[in-house]
Design a protein around this ligand. Structure first.
Ligand SMILES: *Cc1c(COP(=O)(O)O)cnc(C)c1O
Length: 399
């Protein structure tokens, strides 16, 4: 009996990719081994986070880094760092922000469910700009001058949600923000692959950048990365770490936390509930090194043939299928199955989830009548059962 069956839970076939709802990406054996091995001994968490800072800094081209409990908590901690800086009184006060600036500017078109994590630190989001393309009311999107025009005495920072076509351009926004002494916090949770983005996004000068640890990096689903300017990472670390020590004895690694910057030691901060274990840190760092070192490339090369196998097996019905191939060899190829209309697509998606084994396909394009098959969480042994279920529902018309 498998581990899940022993708890009365039946595993599914995840053809959706690394979504959190379905347990994230598969962890490589080396990552699991790092988790197991690091559980055998004790280490102070701040030593482990200081080591993590060095590894993350190296691979992101930043001054410092922190392992967080997901990119979402990196957003909360990054926002808390920008709000509080070195001010222990502010750290103690958060998420209450009376007496100091707490507004972050954000492009209206970049608002999304994850910005709750930024607001959780005490930030009030102030929206600027429009996406007139989406509104079908014009040709322009949010522009940098709109951010600049909105800066006022309560402005504390800027939130930017990065995607390949996000506007305005991050470089341009960062230049403007720095002219006004404002920090930019970037949500880049799902912006890798490509690997180059680990460095390229910070290279824009952005002050803090977040990545998910449990998506393409394939670390524990519960991990994330915050990287950027040393003093902001220090503030985020102080608000994350357990602080129960005597001021006379507390000795955090000096290269990482500069005690001279702070007059005492803060109590538990707003991030204390987002704790990260030493095992999670060891596992995430191992995954990051594998990812950066190209250890997943041979696996990535299998994605396209696997999708082609699924596509071939669907030939013969009245289905139109199409594979969106990776242009750079790093992005995930995706198989698209066109069912024609929204109602049919929702029905098929429901049948696939209800079947045995349950199959979860990508559901972001259902309104366009499309199912998506994403390869990240599909192993070889999933392909045949996946094909059988797809054929039963889509070709044989199981109802
Ligand atoms: C996935 C995602 C997050 C959250 O990442 P976690 O590591 O699951 O906390 C935040 N923002 C965006 C844009 C994401 O895609």
């Amino acid at each position: 009996m498998g581990i899940y069956e022993s708890f009365g839970v039946t595993p599914i076939i995840n053809a959706t990719g690394s979504v959190t709802r379905l347990g994230g990406a598969p962890m490589p054996a080396e990552v699991l081994e790092a988790y197991r091995a690091s559980a055998a001994e004790a280490v102070p968490l701040e030593w482990m986070q200081a080591a993590a800072s060095r590894v993350i800094a190296e691979h992101t081209g930043t001054e410092a880094g922190l392992v967080t409990s997901g990119a979402a908590s990196a957003l909360t901690l990054g926002a808390a760092a920008i709000l509080a800086g070195d001010d222990l009184g502010r750290m103690e006060q958060l998420p209450q922000t009376d007496g100091f600036p707490n507004e972050f500017l954000v492009a209206r078109e970049q608002r999304n469910g994850y910005d709750h994590a930024v607001r959780a630190a005490g930030v009030r989001l102030v929206e600027v700009g429009f996406n007139e393309l989406v509104a079908n009311a014009g040709v322009r999107r949010t522009e940098t001058w709109e951010f600049e025009a909105a800066i006022g005495p309560r402005t504390a920072g800027i939130l930017y949600v990065r995607s390949p076509d996000s506007r305005p351009r991050l470089e341009e926004l960062v230049r403007m923000a720095h002219r006004h002494g404002l920090a930019v916090l970037v949500d880049a949770a799902a912006e890798i692959p490509p690997r180059a983005n680990l460095k390229a996004i910070s290279a824009t000068g952005a002050d803090l950048v977040t990545f998910s640890g449990g998506k393409a990096i394939r670390g524990p689903q519960s991990t994330g990365i915050l990287c950027g300017r040393r003093e902001l990472i220090q503030s985020a670390a102080l608000q994350l770490l357990d602080m129960d020590d005597h001021p006379e004895l507390w000795e955090p690694p000096g290269a990482w936390i500069d005690r001279a910057r702070i007059p005492g030691i803060p109590r538990h901060g707003i991030g204390r509930g987002y704790k990260v274990s030493k095992e999670e840190i060891a596992a995430l760092l191992t995954a990051l090194q594998l990812f950066v070192g190209g250890a997943y490339d041979s696996e990535v090369a299998l994605y396209l043939p696997r999708l082609q196998r699924v596509q071939q097996a669907l030939v013969g019905g009245s289905l139109a299928t199409r594979i969106h191939e990776s242009k750079d060899g790093e992005a995930f190829p995706v198989l698209e199955i066109l069912l024609g209309d929204e109602k049919t697509a929702f029905h098929a998606c429901r049948k696939l989830r209800d079947g045995c084994p349950a199959v979860f396909v990508g559901h972001s394009r259902l309104p366009e009548g499309k199912l998506l098959v994403h390869p990240l969480c599909l192993a070889d042994h999933h392909i045949q059962p996946l094909i059988e279920r797809l054929r039963q529902v889509l070709v044989a018309g199981e109802s």
